[in-house]
Write a new protein. Structure first.
Length: 149
């Protein structure tokens, strides 16, 4: 048993995320947790710097669970955003939108920010990290294949 598991073994753990990738990642370190989800409008202030948005949104999601929070549980929320040329790219709404975003990212460098919030006993602790990503030049067929898979 690792130190993390020992510390949280007595807690009911909830992952507040629809992301299959987040489920998979958490399962690798914490075998027992429940997936919960509330629809949250992901709105942030217009003047919020792009490097603070992911953490802000993760905290916003955590606040939605504050009534349920107590000393016996832990809620984990997260958000990821992509910033290209100082512009935040939202979630694509459809094929055309996804194609346009991937075409814009193609051959360019962008930054991916991920914010995480941990809610325990009504207190939120949050952090974020960023990664610089460089896309190689994508062909139209590659973009279409990726979107369709």
């Amino acid at each position: 048993m690792n130190l993390l598991t020992e510390k949280i073994n007595h807690l009911e753990i909830y992952l507040a995320s629809k992301s299959p990738r987040r489920h998979e990642l958490l399962k690798n370190i914490i075998p027992n947790f429940e997936i919960v989800n509330k629809e949250i409008e992901e709105i942030f202030p217009d003047d919020l710097p792009s490097d603070e948005i992911a953490q802000y949104l993760a905290e916003l999601k955590a606040k939605a669970y504050q009534k349920e929070s107590n000393k016996n549980n832990l809620f984990i929320t997260a958000d990821t955003i992509v910033v290209l040329n100082d512009k935040v790219l939202g979630k694509p709404k459809n094929f055309k939108d996804a194609f346009s975003m991937l075409r814009d990212l193609s051959g360019n460098k962008h930054t991916v920010y991920t914010g995480v919030a941990l809610l325990h006993n009504k207190k939120i602790h949050s952090f974020q990290d960023s990664t610089k990503v460089t896309f190689y030049e994508l062909k139209k067929e590659e973009i279409e294949f990726y979107i369709n898979k």
